[in-house]
Design a protein around this ligand. Sequence first.
Ligand code: ROI
Length: 167
Amino acid sequence: MKTSINQNITAYIGLGSNLAAPVIQIKSARNAIAAIAGIKELAFSSLYQSLPMGPQDQPDYVNAVMCVATGLSPTDLLRGLQNIEQAQGRIRRGDRWGARTLDLDLLIYSTQLIELPELTVPHSGITERSFVLYPLYEIAPQLIIPGKGNIADLIANCPLAGLKRLD
Ligand code: ROI
């Protein structure tokens, strides 16, 4: 009998990079995420170029959103993402809002609201960030973001702020 593994949770991951060839960073992170045991890729948005949110003295970002099916717990999933950030030589220039080679955020985990010291889901900045909402809308136009509302309404209140779809 074929052993089946639970992958019942739908989760969304935000990807961002503005150092060290951002398009390549994002594509290789996508492959690395899809290769995590217990994760299956369901959808991947276009790549978007975005103006930096926060300090402006840093390069533009490339952002994308990925949808996965998984059986991993939120913290196991987070650990997997952090391992990939480290493996791709995450360099942070400056502090919290500075440039980075790769940033992977667990945006949404099923319908859950999670408040842990190391993890807030849905991601706290999600409704103000065009570089998250628009790619998310592209792959999940019917999505309801737990505790926030439906994505179409959230988009209507979130200016593009210079966001451009690449390719
Ligand atoms: N700005 C953009 N455009 N994209 C990001 O992914 C991003 N990530 C960050 C901060 C510094 C807030 N700014 C960003 O962490």
